[in-house]
Design a protein around this ligand. Structure first.
Ligand code: SF4
Ligand code: SF4
Length: 133
């Protein structure tokens, strides 16, 4: 079997950025899965909450930068309440969203929203504030 030596995730610049922005030590997660099992949005996510920490611990931030999960997270803090080490996953999701936005990753193209005139203005404003840089 062939083994590939990955970059040390402790030295990965993007992993460090996520920890710096969120203030969370992602290496304290031990993959118990309690966050994912209680998350009300898990069924809509392409990367489960515990997998967010798994990818970060492996230094695979690219997968997370291309995931929809940080935008699906409702920041309800259920995961934090359930986490035995008190990790604030909502803050980690926010950090990943910030990195996505810094890369000019637009989740919603304002020019492609249909029936803009029919939508309440506050829905448009909050949508663009969250989903576009
Ligand atoms: S804060 Fe986000 S990840 Fe955590 S339980 Fe709520 S929706 Fe799921
Ligand atoms: S509940 Fe906490 S320790 Fe368990 S997998 Fe989720 S983040 Fe990791």
């Amino acid at each position: 079997m062939k083994y590939t030596i990955k970059e040390d995730p402790h030295k990965n610049e993007l992993v460090q950025k996520v920890m710096e922005i969120s203030g969370e030590n992602i290496f304290s997660c031990y993959q118990c899965g309690r966050c994912s099992s209680g998350c009300p949005m898990a069924e809509f996510m392409d990367v489960l909450p515990n997998q967010v920490f798994m990818f970060l611990q492996e230094g695979d931030v690219d997968t997370l930068l291309n995931a929809k999960t940080p935008w699906i997270c409702a920041a309800c803090f259920t995961c934090t309440v359930r986490c035995p080490v008190g990790l604030d996953l909502a803050a980690v999701m926010e950090a990943i969203r910030e990195l996505q936005l810094r890369k000019n990753y637009d989740y919603v193209d304002p020019y492609k929203v249909e029936d803009r005139e029919e939508l309440p203005p506050i829905a448009l404003v909050s949508n663009f504030r969250k989903f576009t840089p």
